[in-house]
Design a binder for this molecule. Structure first.
Ligand code: DLL
Length: 438
C-alpha cells in the first residue's frame, strides 16, 4: 500500500456513526425526499398517483417498495427541465449526457447540491488515501457530462492542488505527469492503461513516476484490471462510482483500508438491490440491479432510480456505511450469444490470467446463417516471449480453452500484435456488434 488511510478524526463523523444513527437519518431524509419529489415534480405526482401511493404512506423503509421506480427514460421524456423540483432560476448548474440517441439526459444542481457533491467527492478522495497538499491530475472530461466536475471541487475542498487537464491529448498528459509530478490521477481505468503504455513507449518507467494513487471509474473494470494498473504504475488503484442522474462521481468509493467494495455514502443515498426482471427487492448480499434514492438532492430528486448496474450490498468495514461490490457490468452491457449471457468483465478476468496477454482487448460479435459467433481479440504483450503468428496462435488456442471452461461456451480467439487494439482516450468501447439480422 502506497497511500495512507485517514485517521478516524479526519473522517466525517457520520462515516463511522452507528447503523441505528445512519438508519434514523436516512428515514427522516427519505420521507423529505419523497415528499419533495411529489410536491414539486409533476412526473412523480403522476406515477405515485397511478400506483395509488402518497408520501404519507412512507412510514418505514419497508413502505418504499410501494413506490414506483424511476428510469433514465423518464428524465429523457421530460427534457429539458421537467424533472427539476425547483424553479430553473434556483438551478446553479446543468449537466447533460451526450445524447447520441434521442434527447440528452439533463440533470441540475442547486448551490446546496453542488456543495453536497463537493463534500462527497472530498470524502471519496480521502477514503481513497488522498490528502491535503496532494497534487491531483484530473483526466476525466470537463464539459457537459458530469465526469470531472464533482471530483474537481472535492479535491479542492480536501486541500489538493488541482490540475484540470481533461481527457485526450495524451502527449500533453505525459508532459504534465512528468513536470507537475501528481500524487493522484483521476481518469478512467482504460485511459490509465493507455497512459502507462505511452509512458513506456517514451522510455519512462510508469513505476518511477510520482503517482501514488489512481482514482478510477466511469466504466466497469475487473479486479484483474485493478491489479494490472497497480502493478504497471506501482500505485494503489481505487474504484469510484456514480451516475449523473443520481449526482455524478462520488456516490460510492472504495477505501484504501481494504480496497474491497465501494462504501455508498448512505447519508445522501438510499440503496436497494432488485431482481431486474421482476423488480422484487433482494436482501443484502444477493446480486441484482442497484436502485438508488437521493435523500438530500434539491434540484433533481430521484426516487428509486434504476441504475441498470449489477452489484450486491455488503456490510461496512473501515466505515459503517454499507459497501457495494464493484460494478462488473451493466444489465444492458450483457451480450447474449446463442442464448447464453456473457459479460465483458468475465472475459477480461480470463484474458488477464495469462501474463502473455495485455489488458487491451475487444469483443466482436457476428451473425451469419443464423449462427452467432463471439470473437475475442486480445493483444500480446511486448514481453510475451515471442511475437510470430504461430506463437500467437498457440496463445489463442489456450485462451479459447480457458474461455470455454469459464463461460461454458465456444468462442473464437484472435491474438493480435502489440498496438493493434485501439487505445482508450476516455471511456473504452469493447464490444463491436456486427450482427446483421438474416
Ligand atoms: O460516469 C460518473 C463518473 C465519473 C463516475 C467519473 C466515476 C468516475 P455517467 O456518465 O452518468 O456518470 O455514467 C454512469 O457509468 O451507471 C455505470 O454504468 C458506469 N460507471 C460509473 N462508475 C463506474 C464504476 C459517470 N466505478 C454509468 N464501475 C453508471 C463500473 C461505472 N461502472
Amino acid at each position: 500500500m502506497n497511500a495512507e488511510a485517514p485517521s478516524k478524526d479526519e473522517m466525517d463523523p457520520i462515516e463511522n456513526a452507528s447503523r441505528d444513527e445512519i438508519s434514523a437519518l436516512q428515514l427522516e431524509r427519505l420521507k423529505w425526499s419523497v415528499r419533495h419529489a411529489y410536491d414539486n415534480v409533476e412526473h412523480y405526482k403522476k406515477i405515485f398517483g397511478e400506483a395509488g401511493v402518497h408520501p404519507d404512506d412512507l412510514q418505514d423503509f419497508s413502505d418504499l417498495v410501494k413506490f414506483p421506480m424511476a428510469r433514465k427514460r423518464h428524465v429523457r421524456e421530460n427534457y429539458p427541465f421537467g424533472m427539476f423540483a425547483v424553479p430553473r432560476e434556483k438551478v446553479a448548474r446543468i449537466h447533460a449526457s451526450s445524447g447520441t440517441t434521442g434527447n440528452p439526459t439533463v440533470v441540475g444542481y442547486t448551490k446546496k447540491d453542488i456543495d453536497t457533491w463537493a463534500d462527497l467527492s472530498m470524502r471519496s478522495i480521502r477514503a481513497a488515501g488522498g490528502r491535503a497538499g496532494d497534487l491531483a491530475h484530473i483526466s476525466f472530461g470537463y464539459g457537459l457530462r458530469t465526469n470531472a466536475f464533482g471530483l474537481h471541487y472535492g479535491a479542492e475542498r480536501l486541500g489538493c492542488t488541482v490540475v484540470p487537464v481533461s481527457g485526450g491529448q495524451t502527449e500533453r498528459q505525459l508532459q504534465l505527469i512528468n513536470d507537475f509530478k501528481p500524487d493522484i490521477m483521476m481518469v478512467t481505468p482504460s485511459y490509465m492503461l493507455s497512459l502507462g503504455d505511452k509512458l513506456k513507449q517514451n522510455g519512462i518507467d510508469p513505476r518511477k513516476t510520482s503517482i501514488r494513487i489512481g482514482i478510477h471509474g466511469a466504466e466497469p473494470w475487473s479486479v484483474a484490471m485493478r491489479d494490472e494498473i497497480e502493478e504497471l504504475f506501482d500505485i494503489d488503484a481505487l474504484d469510484i462510482y456514480g451516475l449523473s442522474e443520481v449526482m455524478g462521481p462520488g456516490v460510492a468509493c472504495e477505501c484504501i483500508e481494504d480496497k474491497d467494495g465501494l462504501h455508498i455514502w448512505e447519508d445522501h443515498f438510499y440503496p436497494e438491490i432488485i431482481d431486474p426482471e421482476t423488480e422484487e427487492v433482494l436482501p443484502d448480499g444477493e446480486y441484482g440491479e442497484l436502485v438508488l434514492t437521493s435523500l438530500t438532492k434539491e434540484a433533481l430528486p430521484v426516487i428509486r432510480f434504476r441504475t441498470r448496474d449489477l452489484t450486491r450490498l455488503m456490510p461496512g468495514t473501515a466505515r459503517t456505511m454499507r459497501r457495494m461490490e464493484r460494478v462488473g457490468a451493466r444489465s444492458d452491457d450483457m451480450l447474449i450469444i446463442r442464448g447464453r449471457n456473457v459479460f465483458p468483465s468475465q472475459i477480461e478476468e480470463v484474458i488477464l490470467q495469462d501474463k502473455r496477454l495485455s489488458p487491451h482487448y475487444a469483443l466482436e460479435v457476428t451473425k451469419h446463417d443464423r449462427l452467432e459467433t463471439l470473437t475475442v481479440l486480445a493483444e500480446i504483450r511486448p514481453d510475451a516471449g515471442g511475437f510470430g503468428e504461430t506463437f500467437r496462435e498457440g496463445i489463442g488456442k489456450d485462451l479459447a480453452q480457458r474461455l470455454k471452461t469459464s463461460l461454458s461456451m465456444t468462442v473464437n480467439t484472435k491474438i493480435v500484435p502489440v498496438g493493434e487494439i485501439e487505445r482508450s482516450m476516455g471511456r473504452v468501447k469493447r464490444v463491436i456488434d456486427l450482427r446483421i439480422e438474416d
